[in-house]
Design a protein around this ligand. Sequence first.
Ligand code: 5GP
Length: 176
Amino acid sequence: MKKNENLKILIDSNTLNKRIKELANDINNYYGTKNPLTIICILKGAVMFYTELAKHLKMPVKMEFVTLSSYGDSEKSSGKIKALNLAISDMENQNALIIEDIIDTGLTLDFLLKFIKTNYKVKEVKLAVLFDKKCARKYDIQPDFCAFNIDDKFIVGFGLDYCGFYRNLDYIGYFE
Ligand code: 5GP
């Protein structure tokens, strides 16, 4: 089902891509260019951010994907995680960076962090998010790398959906 209201642009494509490049530079500066890094994309929402960010990383990178869901078809978190795919290749003694579209209550990232720490002997695991919606936080989790802070607004585009639609937009929008 699609929303009927007018979709307004919140962040345009140039601003998004410029900021993601800056964030990639911060990540390059933190990790350096020598040691391998496994970047883990949380599908589906992080897909655009993940691919754009990955293009600018300078170290040897392994790309992994998990599929998690906490929203269903609504504008609020269901409070439960549906894990559809959690198969990540071995990361023993390596650095891992989780890439997420938006941290809201923190449930999704809390779940994945605990899963990785319990099941993989990683050297270090960190979090990179496109958006941080701090006002909605229920779990004590802070991103290590964050492109934008956002207030309590439901946004779509650049990977973020409403009922499965709008993910393909090259900008971030909101409904008036
Ligand atoms: P959390 O587990 O932190 O509560 O929620 C994270 C997930 O909720 C995100 O990966 C994303 O799928 C969804 N989400 C949170 N806020 C928004 C939003 O403003 N728009 C959209 N489309 N999804 C959101």
